[in-house]
Design a protein. Structure first.
Length: 152
């Protein structure tokens, strides 16, 4: 496989916003933010980051790859759980510093490492001068403890 490379972003705003050149604007850490939704029903599944290698692998394979900031490593989403994210469409925003993936999730149709479909399973509510989290009632679709501890 040949790694896809990305030219630097043009200095000209019109060229950045209107040309056909895909020139993702990676931040100072070499990352671009990625928003991931379900391709069929639009549910927000997760927000992650990609470096140039993860973006290149995603484009080459059609399977979402990310950069894990907590592990400081490349991450093929779903490799352990079987819940691979098959990219159906990739978009970028006007100034190319964010990416939107529309995906189909294999396996259990779960994206979150907790076993839930979406990483956004808690609702923020205010109570006087404080904020609290309320669970939205979604249940785990697989036993995360078993999946992530049974692999050698």
């Amino acid at each position: 496989m040949t790694e896809i490379s990305f030219p630097p972003a043009p200095q000209d705003k019109a060229a950045l916003e209107e040309s056909a050149a895909f020139t993702p604007r990676f931040d100072a850490n070499g990352l671009v933010t990625v928003v991931v939704t379900d391709a069929d029903d639009g549910v927000l599944l997760m927000v992650a980051h990609m470096n140039a290698q993860a973006l290149s692998l995603t484009l080459e394979t059609g399977i979402a790859h990310y950069w894990s900031r907590s592990r400081n490593a490349l991450w093929k989403k779903g490799e352990t759980s079987g819940n691979l994210q098959h990219v159906r469409e990739m978009r970028t925003d006007c100034d190319q510093d964010a990416i939107w993936l529309k995906v189909s999730v294999a396996g259990h149709d779960a994206t979150c490492h907790t076993g839930r479909r979406s990483c956004f399973y808690r609702i923020v509510e205010t109570e006087g001068a404080s904020a609290r989290l309320r669970h939205d009632g979604s249940e785990a679709l697989f036993d995360a403890e078993h999946i992530y501890t049974s692999k050698d």
